[in-house]
Design a protein around this ligand. Structure first.
Ligand SMILES: Nc1ncnc2c1ncn2[C@@H]1O[C@H](COP(=O)(O)OP(=O)(O)O)[C@@H](O)[C@H]1O
Ligand SMILES: [Mg+2]
Length: 269
């Protein structure tokens, strides 16, 4: 059975794509068959894995509007067990296309299109765009669970209530089994009180939804109790080399943190 995990937060720049790419890669090197779905018009997960616009003719947009099958557009990556469904800026037209075509159940299109390939994978990770529009709704409707990256900055929890309301509504109407897999503090700096405050706030409100840390995290980069993703320049650099962090600098604190997250998810499955 495959597990479908959406990475979502309607705020931009909080670490969704970094989490999607590096969690997918970290699960794949554990010999799990993983499909990473880029469903953000910005296509950062696609470029972050080294694909240029000219490397692929069709993308998720063509699947969602019914022009292509999911299996037609899947790309193989440099990690043998990691495949990618690429995105493209053309996705910005999706809402209008759905509207023009008068399609029914437009929230469930991704889920329906995934059915064809789903059983080939152990994990399907979906990188959502920074909005609570139809694309993110599709992503949450197709998923078994959602990981919410929270950037450890001022206003970190701003918008979370709205996201949780959306999740609640989707649970009530289209996807009753959707679970919150966890909140993932990102860009955490142990030296920075702001980071500690954000983690404290998360602990107050959602302690059961933080990922417990099993390994001895380096106190300089981590928290020790919970898995947090440290602010690590290697994580920011690796997409420009078209690589997930573990092919760029496997020993970096960012790489270790995402491997720990993958271990935690594997242990829970
Ligand atoms: N833990 C981190 N340490 C340092 N830079 C990071 C980290 N996580 C993300 N970044 C950088 O922050 C920016 C936003 O991250 P990204 O994953 O693209 O967010 P989102 O997908 O939510 O918009 C990117 O430039 C990314 O490389
Ligand atoms: Mg992104």
């Amino acid at each position: 059975m495959s597990e479908i995990i959406a990475i979502a937060n309607q705020k931009g720049g909080v670490g969704k794509t970094t989490t999607a790419v590096n969690l997918a890669a970290s699960l794949a090197v554990e010999e799990k068959k993983v499909l990473l779905i880029d469903i953000d018009p910005q296509a950062n997960a696609t470029t972050g894995l080294g694909f240029a616009r000219t490397d692929y003719e069709y993308n998720i947009y063509h699947v969602l509007i019914g022009r292509k099958k999911m299996s037609d557009i899947i790309l193989e990556t440099t990690i043998e067990t990691l495949d990618l469904v690429p995105a493209n800026i053309g996705l910005v037209g999706l809402e209008k296309d759905f509207y023009d075509s008068g399609i029914k159940n437009k929230e469930l299109v991704l889920k329906e299109k995934l059915a064809e390939v789903k059983e080939k994978y152990d994990y399907i990770i979906i990188d959502s765009p920074p909005a609570l529009g139809p694309i993110t709704i599709n992503s949450l409707s197709a998923a078994n669970s959602v990981i919410i990256p929270i950037q450890c900055e001022f206003y970190a929890l701003e918008g979370v209530a709205q996201l949780l309301n959306t999740i609640k509504l989707i649970k009530k109407t289209i996807n009753p089994k959707l679970k919150i897999k966890g909140f993932l503090p990102t860009m955490y700096s142990a030296q920075n009180n702001l980071s500690k405050n954000v983690l404290y706030d998360l602990e107050q409100h959602f302690s059961s939804k933080l990922f417990a840390s099993e390994s001895d995290t380096n106190e300089e980069t981590g928290d020790g109790r919970y898995i947090v993703i440290p602010r690590n320049v290697k994580l920011a650099e690796s997409p420009s080399f078209g690589k997930p962090i573990l092919l760029y600098d496997i020993k970096s604190s960012g790489s270790i943190a995402y491997q720990n997250l993958a271990q935690s998810i594997l242990a829970a499955s």
